[in-house]
Design a protein around this ligand. Structure first.
Ligand code: PMP
Length: 296
């Protein structure tokens, strides 16, 4: 699914066949989750293939790395160029791009000196298959922001996301919604959350969330559309009273939510502010309306 015999990946300075690339089983990242990654989407646009906000994503990768004492020997600019070459090598236009920074052998809990980078790309449909998501309140909370850097994309943090997703799937829901340690709504396992109530959008503030690049795009687009968005803490009871809700993320894009714990939201997805933002988001990413460098 992620690669064929022909797929080329970028691995530590070289473009090599995915099937022939390998790694050390004593990698500290493999054992303890001490790596960082990001997720970027490239779209076929009128201006050619454009990876949406690619520079911002690589700046986040560098920031995430620094947080866990990894010095990556590349600049964001270099990583942008490598990625466009990778897309060309694989003849990909619409693609999901996955850079992963992982560490060399170290079975101790100390900083590891050997740093590896791997970038791959593949065709990946929207992470959520529809805009009628049945979402459950997860029994898992977001990790304590004082236990790790949860605003960085650290591989080890994602066990929380896997547990919450799997719990939701086992209960026949499409997705989970997680609270923070204080009992307020935080986000989905790999996406940020917005709800609409009486013509205003609400989204949790920074603190217990991964402040997504798509979330920021939606905040910017809301301004353009004259939509009021309030970043504040709210409860699951507030969500139950909402008119509509949606998730945002690079893989997810903008995905409408139909119900919380099987209780439907008041509005149909197509009548919501979220739907208007979804339409605008698609226009921007597929029409190259913004170039990848100018968006923050
Ligand atoms: N939260 C988590 C935990 C994520 O992994 C992601 C995906 N990167 C998001 C939110 C959405 O972030 P972005 O919009 O930057 O993709």
């Amino acid at each position: 699914m992620y690669y064929t015999k022909k797929t080329i990946v970028f691995h530590n300075g070289n473009f090599v066949k995915a099937a022939e690339a390998n790694t050390d089983l004593f990698s500290q990242t493999l054992h303890y989750g001490s790596g960082v990654f990001d997720g970027i989407r490239a779209y076929e646009t009128v201006a050619g293939t454009q990876a949406f906000k690619i520079r911002t994503h690589f700046e986040r990768l560098l920031k995430s790395s620094a947080r866990i004492h990894i010095e990556l020997p590349y600049t964001a600019e270099e990583l942008v160029n490598i990625t466009y070459r990778l897309l060309e090598e694989n003849k990909l236009e619409n693609a999901y791009i996955r850079p992963l920074v992982y560490l060399g052998p170290n079975m101790r809990l100390t900083k590891t000196n050997e740093v590896n980078i791997f970038i791959s790309a593949w065709k990946w449909p929207r992470y959520q298959s529809n805009d009628q998501l049945d979402v459950m309140l997860s029994s898992f909370q977001r990790p304590n922001p004082r236990a790790s850097y949860i605003d960085a994309k650290i591989t080890g943090n994602y066990i929380n996301s896997i547990l919450a997703t799997q719990e939701a799937k086992m209960k026949k829901f499409d997705e989970a919604l997680l609270l923070d340690g204080g009992g307020f709504v935080a986000q989905g396992p790999g996406d940020n959350f917005f709800m609409e109530k009486d013509g205003v959008l609400y989204t949790p503030p920074e603190g217990h969330i991964l402040p997504g690049i798509t979330r920021q795009t939606i905040l910017n687009l809301s301004k353009e559309l004259d939509f009021e968005v309030i970043e504040k803490l709210f409860t699951i009871e507030d969500v139950a009273q909402a008119d509509g809700a949606f998730f945002t993320g690079t893989a997810t894009e903008v995905a409408g939510i139909k119900s919380l714990n099987h209780k439907p939201f008041k509005k149909d997805w197509k009548d919501t502010m979220g739907y208007q933002l979804f339409t605008k988001y698609r226009q921007i990413v597929t029409h190259g309306e913004y170039d990848s460098y100018s968006i923050i």
